[in-house]
Design a protein around this ligand. Sequence first.
Ligand code: ADP
Ligand code: MG
Length: 251
Amino acid sequence: MKVLTVNHVTQRFGGLTALSDINLEIREHEIVGVIGPNGAGKSTLFNVITGMYAPTEGDVYLGETCISGWKPYEITAAGLGRTFQNIRLFPRMTALENVILGMHCRRQTTLPQIIFSTRRKKEEEERCRKEALRLLSIVGLEGKELAMPSSLPYGEQRRLEIARALATQPRLLLLDEPAAGMNENETAQLLEIVKSLKSIGCAIVLIEHDMKFVMNVCERLYVLNHGEQIADGTPEEIRNNPLVIEAYLGS
Ligand code: ADP
Ligand code: MG
């Protein structure tokens, strides 16, 4: 079963072609990497998939459903979760509250409704709390539920973002440079967590520059360069692809 299909997607910004005829297929439970030099179009690809931009040409399918032109929150509700290249947590909310907020994204509740709703039942609150605690423990943040994001080390903030994205119950999770800025120890912890996400049943597509990380965790890779898809294949195939070595790995 395919979770995501990117079908001949081209994205132009004025005269700049950020993506040119990109084709991706992600199957259930797969962990797939997108690599390439800075400016290759990787984040733009995520932005098109998540509905920040409607593709200039081509279509994006989540399962069998064409989601091109859908709004980001509609795409989240349809089962697509993401984290961003730069951390985006709610600074005045605890770790637990950040995750609970993620659950409500799925339900399309507005922020004021979440905060001011007095009708919400106690059991529902308790269920959300338990689920959020479970997600925090999946990303190795048990015991940190009452911490404010800024009090957490950088690596833990990034993992908190993953927990919040998981709270939307995604069939597919997009991670934009999850290991960026992490030290070796934090990267190793993240590696184990990403691998463990496979067992909770969502597919993952990640953008990452850390080649050791990518080659270790990804089953397949797509390579972008100047908005073009120059290769795809297993880590082994990509490592030995002369085009990829010239454009990216050789540098
Ligand atoms: P990567 O994530 O691979 O480093 P990006 O997707 O961020 O690359 O950028 C690809 C190209 O598209 C860059 O030249 C960038 O400047 C351009 N770009 C990205 N977003 C926009 C935008 N909203 N408006 C204009 N140009 C953009
Ligand atoms: Mg980027």
